[in-house]
Write a protein that binds this ligand. Sequence first.
Ligand code: 2AM
Length: 173
Amino acid sequence: MRLFFAIPLSDEIRNVLAQYQDDLRNAGVTGNFSATENLHLTLAFIGEYPDPENVMDAVSGISFDSFRLEIQETGLFSDTLWAGILKNDALENLVRDLRRSLSDSGIPFDRKKFRPHITLARKTLLHGKVSALPKPETSSMLVDSFSLFRSDRGKHGMIYTEIGQLCSEQPEQ
Ligand code: 2AM
């Protein structure tokens, strides 16, 4: 089973990013654009691992307060088009705790430095039609959970299925 932790995005952010993808497509940019329902922010990529229950057990002790996430800019890394996140200490602390918990439990994951991004398209070609990437519309969301996903190759692209969730601490009523 191919596993990763990610924050699923709000409908508002998905809609803003889907519109952004459409605007670029209409301007003549080509590429494999990520499907709207697949847009997510990866926190840790585990890869092939047989036991998702063990993974959820490993992170069950993490506590975090809900926080806001804001889309800031877009860019190209080689031919991958991404949307970036405004610098966010709460997000970085969460990822540090998440990765430490995985490490402590001996669960393998990709240890590359965390560079928060949402992949909007791969194999992107601007064809000289767009000289500079436009800025996306401002959008933000409250993050009060993150999820474990499994990733499967479907007939028409990747299929991401949420198989576990960890919620933020609820303030006392
Ligand atoms: P990417 O979009 O930048 O490729 C599911 O594959 C998610 O895990 C994607 O968001 C992907 O990021 C991320 N990911 C991080 N490290 C990965 C790796 N080594 N292999 C595949 N996906 C990885």
